[in-house]
Design a protein around this ligand. Sequence first.
Ligand code: PLP
Ligand code: COI
Length: 341
Amino acid sequence: MDRAVLDFANLPFAYQKTDQNIRFWFRDGKWSAGELTADEHIPMHIAATCLHYGQEVFEGLKVYERPDGRIQTFRSIENAHRMQRSARKLWMEPVPDALFREAVHKVVRANRRFVPPYGSGASLYVRPLLIGTSAEVGVKPSQEYLFLVFVTPVGPYYKGGLTPVRLLVEEDIDRAAPGGVGDAKCGGNYAAGMRATLPVKEKGYAEVLYLDCREKKYLDESGSSNFYAIIGKSFATPASPSILPSITNMSVRQIAKDMGLAVEQRPVSVDELPTFNEAGCLGTAAVITPVEAITYRGKDFVYAKNGKAGPITAEMYKRLTAIQLGEAPDPYGWTEIVSEG
Ligand code: PLP
Ligand code: COI
C-alpha cells in the first residue's frame, strides 16, 4: 500500500478528497448493490425531498490504524442503529445493519491509503449520508433514497488531544442543540446552529453550550458534542430529550463506571456550574476534550488550569483512546477489524 502523501500529523478537520465513495439506491422497494465511484457529485432532481423538506440524515464515525497496521472501527453498529432511528423520525427508508456495515467496510478498504498512520493523532472520518431523492412538491416522503458513504482523513475538531477549550453558555438564541429532535442527526439542525455558534468561535470559544429550550436552566450539549462534568466522585452528563445520544458518551459512561465513579445521567442545572471539578466534551470529532472554562452571564467558571486536563478526564481519555486505537485489549467488544493491513 502506497500511503497518500499528506501531512497526517497536522491535518485539520476538513474535507479532503479521497479515492472513492460508495452509493446504494433504494428504488422500487429494494436497495441496490453498492457502487464505488470516484465521482464527488450526485445527480439530483430539482424537486428532491432532501432539498425542500429536509429528508436528510447523516452519521459520523472514525476508523483507526492500530499499532499492528490493521484498521478498526469503533462501535459502528451503534451508528447504524442511530441512523435508523433518525430515518424513522423523518419518515425515510432506514438502512439495514448489514448494508451499513458493508458500506463502511468497502469504502474504508477502497481508501486504505488515506487512513492516517498509527501515532499521527489523525484518523479516517467516515460520513454516511441518507437523502430522499425523488420529486415531490406536496409535503410527502420520497419514494427513493440514496445512501452514500464517503471518508476523509481528519485531525482534531477542537484543539486536539487533552488541550482544554472554552465554552460559552448560550441563552439568547432561541433554538435547540443539534440533537433538537431527540435521537436524530439531521443536517437542518446543524444549519440552524450556525447562527449561535459562529460568532462565538470568533471570540475564542470552541463551542456554545446550549441550555434546554423551555426553562433555559439545564445544560444540554454543545454544537458538536455532548457534555459531562466531574463532581466529586461522580460523572454527571445531561439527560435531555433534545440532545444527540452520543456513542462516545455511552462508551465513557462505561469507562467511568469501571473507574469506580458514580455515573449520573440527569438534568444538570446551570446553578451547579460552581460545583464542577472537571468538565469536558464528548463526541466522535471531539473525542474527550477537556473544558478549560465555561462562561455564563459574563462569569468564567474555570475547570482546567495552565492548559492541563484534570486527572479523571485524563484517565478516561487514556482508556478510551487506547481501545479506539487498538493499543489496549477491548473488553467490551466495541471494535471490529475492517482491513488486515
Ligand atoms: N452531539 C452533537 C450535536 C454531535 O454532532 C455529535 C457528534 O456526532 C455528538 C453529540 C457526539 O456523538 P457521537 O459520540 O456519537 O459522535
Ligand atoms: C461527529 O462528531 O461525528 C460530528 O458529527 C460532529 C460534527 C463534525 C458535526
